[in-house]
Design a protein around this ligand. Sequence first.
Ligand SMILES: C[S@@+](CC[C@H](N)C(=O)[O-])C[C@H]1O[C@@H](n2cnc3c(N)ncnc32)[C@H](O)[C@@H]1O
Length: 207
Amino acid sequence: MGLFKNYINQTRKPEGFLGKMMIKGMNSGHAKMADWGMSYLKVTNPKEILDIGCGGGRNAAELLKRYPDSKVTAIDYSPLSVEQATAYNKEAISAGRCIVQQGDVSSLPLDDGIYDLATAFETIYFWQGLEKCFSEVFRVLKPSGCFMIVNESDGLDENSKKYEKMIDGMKLYTAEDIEKALKSADFSAVNTDHHESKPWITVLARK
Ligand SMILES: C[S@@+](CC[C@H](N)C(=O)[O-])C[C@H]1O[C@@H](n2cnc3c(N)ncnc32)[C@H](O)[C@@H]1O
């Protein structure tokens, strides 16, 4: 595998030196998109938040900032992401406001009905069995809990199609694909917003 392909494949499950570089790049490179997505959140004062596929942990930190009364659990199946997100959120962890743990969204190591809000930034492309994974998110949310997905790709832009070919196990989804899978997992009030000039989408759904 060429170096660039090897590097770009670190988005799926970061590991090693290149994975560390990718995580740092994602923390800064995804910030604008993540903040744009968060601007659509209508949830008031969520106490328990779950950030799935947390990568380097920047978005977990941002959620803690936006919701000062909340606690955030950040989860990722990559041990390196867990290590990096732990370092990024060191102070919040010491203050008892953040937990970073390893886990796969297809079988979350979490109890039923805990979270007011679950978020997934730039990660669902890699989830194997989207409906099953969405059902897991549904299970861990409280009744009326909210799930927000933010993707840099609306599944139609040519640039992302190029990456889909290069990254093993990556699958692009249109807003319609995502909405359909959410409804199959029993979510309701499913709604998508599209960025005015970029292919970014944010999908909100309620348990
Ligand atoms: C492109 S990165 C995005 C990281 C972060 N959310 C951000 O916006 O910067 C995708 C992350 O999702 C994680 N991931 C992919 N599939 C996962 C799964 N099935 N369960 C948990 N984490 C997963 C990867 O390990 C990686 O850290």
